[in-house]
Design a protein around this ligand. Structure first.
Ligand code: SF4
Length: 363
């Protein structure tokens, strides 16, 4: 017995590592789904900090053990004692009705879960849970921690697993189960002053979860029985504490559409590569592919990608207005920074569009 219990964790640890990577790769990809280098990095499991290091850039994002540990502690605290802390915060924001009951813990024991020991068990139990609430919505626990789904399309190698941080289950007016996805982030909720890049990345991630949950329900043929809410909730921290601050009713429609497009792009990229058994983050051939891929720099890059200095420098060299931020880039469109400066200095516009830009810039 001792022998077999020693073997199981070893295998599970390996798969667990793949799972952790998949989740992290999804999160990274969701921050800039229109950059091919980022997409390739997610598909190939090539870390962007390793790619940055290969071209001599200073690495600052990588993995911060401190941040990971704090995130794990925060998440564990939310679900402690039948998720009492999370429930209070969700009821306060009317995400759940007062006096809601029931907690289903699908977290792996390795992730401080209470029962589930293997990935296969988590997948099986998640499916059983969905099938159960489809026929018996009143039996549903109101909070479910870490349901795990296999993305029906094989978009991420080697395992297309996705763990949703938390979901709530309520009932629709016609008595069906409504599942609402939640995304947990350890960063502080500062009301209207919350870091916009962090907020945007949390919403993007929740949009990916929502879309993935919808795909899973479709695959099980339960679309008529289970409603996936188009709105989700975000769980941040109160500044300076580890208490949860819930942002309710976040409209994820746009993010879910982007997620769907991104999934298709991921699928194309995944189909275009030969499956490689070396999933190590520092395989030089794969790093080169990432470095050679087209990029699409944006402000969000500054929050997660160590290649940002290179891409920013390229955008500057290309006279691309994106270096002045997304809003300026949307406003200037094809017009370069130099041309915009000329127009501001009073040079005659070449066409109506330039005349319009000039009017708005100097007007
Ligand atoms: S910094 Fe460059 S490589 Fe990294 S995500 Fe942004 S555009 Fe892509």
């Amino acid at each position: 017995m001792a022998g077999s219990s020693a073997e199981v964790p070893a295998v599970d640890d390996i798969r667990q590592e793949a799972r952790r990577n998949t989740r992290g790769r999804f999160e990274q990809w969701a921050k800039n789904p229109t950059c091919d280098a980022n997409t390739l990095s997610a598909v190939h499991n090539v870390r962007l900090d390793k790619a940055a290091k290969a071209v001599g850039l200073e690495v600052s994002f990588g993995q911060s053990p401190f941040a990971i540990a704090r995130g794990n502690r925060f998440e564990a605290g939310l679900f402690y004692d039948e998720a009492v802390k999370l429930r209070q915060a969700l009821e306060r924001k009317s995400c759940l009705p007062e006096g809601s009951v029931g907690f289903l813990d699908l977290r792996l024991k390795l992730n401080r879960g209470t029962r589930v020991t293997t990935i296969d068990q988590a997948l099986r139990e998640t499916e059983a849970w969905l099938r159960r609430i489809a026929v018996e919505p009143t039996s549903a626990e109101s909070i479910v921690a870490a349901p795990m789904i296999k993305i029906p399309k094989g978009v991420i190698l080697p395992e297309a697993l996705l763990i949703i941080d938390a979901v709530t289950v309520t009932t629709t007016v016609d008595g069906r189960a409504r599942v609402t996805v939640g995304e947990v982030k350890v960063f502080p909720d500062r009301g209207g002053h919350t870091d916009p890049q962090q907020l945007a990345s949390a919403r993007a991630q929740a949009g990916v979860y929502e879309h993935a949950m919808r795909l899973a329900v479709e695959t099980l043929g339960l679309t008529d029985e289970i409603e996936i809410s188009t709105h989700g909730f975000l769980v941040f921290t109160w500044p300076g504490s580890n208490s949860p601050s819930v942002r309710a009713n976040e409209d994820l429609t746009y993010q879910a559409i982007r997620a769907e497009r991104g999934f298709d792009r991921l699928e194309q990229v995944a189909l275009g590569v030969v499956r490689d058994d070396d999933f190590s983050a520092d395989n030089p051939a794969l790093i080169k592919r990432v470095l050679d891929a087209p990029t699409d720099y944006s402000e969000a890059c500054l929050s997660f990608c160590d290649l940002a200095p290179r891409c920013h420098a390229r955008a500057t060299a290309a006279d691309d207005p994106i270096v002045l931020g997304g809003e300026v880039a949307r406003f200037l469109g094809e017009t370069t920074v130099s041309r915009a400066l000329e127009l501001m200095a009073g040079v005659a516009p070449a066409d109506d569009r330039e005349a319009d830009i000039q009017r708005q810039l100097v007007g």
